[in-house]
Design a protein around this ligand. Structure first.
Ligand SMILES: Nc1ncnc2c1ncn2[C@@H]1O[C@H](COP(=O)(O)OP(=O)(O)OP(=O)(O)O)[C@@H](O)[C@H]1O
Length: 292
């Protein structure tokens, strides 16, 4: 590790100014490991915080909405997210803050979303949401600032696409390019009938932050999910299939896949995941227990 807290060479590097009451500046470096935020203190000491690439779920370019008061950013044209009120005021010291915006602001903003693992190894291990907002204002025109922000976004997204669980970066397989959609199958009758609500309230915001294109299938009867998996072109769901329901729904998905003539390739290709929404949720519990 060098003086900047980096163990890997930077892909991109910039200095940003934290517009809090205390005027700090941060050197932000993007490496294969993640985002390194180095706070420059008056006494010359540096403290680096690393937001690991495995904890980052996505990023979005935003533009100042033009309202005064708190920084209210909106996605730039072509983005899929909704208008959001920026939550930078809730950030830790280590993050680049944008507590207010001026009229006629031509800055471009890049919001990086992460779920950082806290209390590692302890019983109360959990992930806390963290948003780092980087404000690009080197240039006098929004277009130029936006281009720079887009360059960072592209670099982060490339790292996200190729990262592995152990933190290493690999080239994606040929299959990876077949389709980049995610399929979410929701059983509205699972458990106490809250799957739809769980999807809207908890899953949609995460999918938006991660900028994931997804197809939603709400089952309407028994064996609906099974038929879907048996008869669809599953190769468009390169990001995987998420089941929001109970064991019965996952049972249908697996059996539907097994009934295909290309079942072997299908299982190699598809990543399956479960979000507990059923009554027993035995499978989700077992996976959680096993991976603890
Ligand atoms: N829209 C629907 N209406 C009625 N039944 C459905 C519908 N969609 C799916 N099903 C059926 O409901 C069954 C049970 O669903 P699921 O496993 O999701 O919930 P659960 O039984 O509450 O949870 P668990 O299996 O964990 O106890 C599935 O086997 C599936 O065939």
């Amino acid at each position: 590790m060098d003086g900047n807290g980096l163990t890997a060479s930077p892909i991109l590097e910039e200095t940003f100014y934290a517009l809090s009451r205390k005027q700090y500046s941060y050197k932000v470096s993007l490496t294969n490991e993640g985002l390194h935020l180095t706070k420059n203190s008056d006494d010359g000491t540096e403290k680096t915080n690393l937001i690991h690439i495995r904890d980052i779920i996505g990023c979005k370019c935003m533009r100042n909405s033009g309202k005064s008061g708190h920084c209210a950013c909106r996605p730039v044209k072509g983005g899929t997210g909704k208008t959001t009120r920026d939550t930078t005021t809730e950030m830790d010291e280590c993050q680049v803050r944008v507590p207010y915006v001026e009229a006629g602001d031509c800055s471009a903003y890049l919001c990086v979303y992460a779920f950082v693992l806290k209390n590692v190894g302890a019983k109360n291990e959990k992930r806390d949401k963290m948003t780092v907002t980087l404000r690009f204002r080197n240039f006098n025109s929004y277009d130029e600032n936006s281009r720079l922000a887009a360059k960072w976004k592209l670099a982060i997204k490339s790292l996200l696409r190729t990262r592995c669980e152990d933190g290493t970066i690999v080239a994606p397989s040929d299959d990876h390019y077949l389709g980049n959609h995610l399929l979410v199958i929701v059983n509205p009758k699972s458990g106490v009938g809250k799957s739809r609500e769980i999807f809207q309230r908890k899953i949609v915001p995460i999918l938006n932050m991660a900028d994931v294109d997804y197809d939603l299938h709400i089952t309407c009867m028994q064996n609906d999910a099974r038929n879907l998996m048996r008869t669809s072109n599953i190769y468009k769901w390169g990001r995987g299939v998420v089941v929001l329901g109970g064991d019965g729904l996952m049972f249908e998905v697996i059996n539907g896949l097994m009934e295909r003539s290309d079942w072997q390739r299908a299982f190699e290709y598809l990543t399956l995941a479960v979000i507990p929404g059923g009554s027993g949720n035995g499978m989700a519990k077992s996976i959680s227990f096993e991976t603890k």
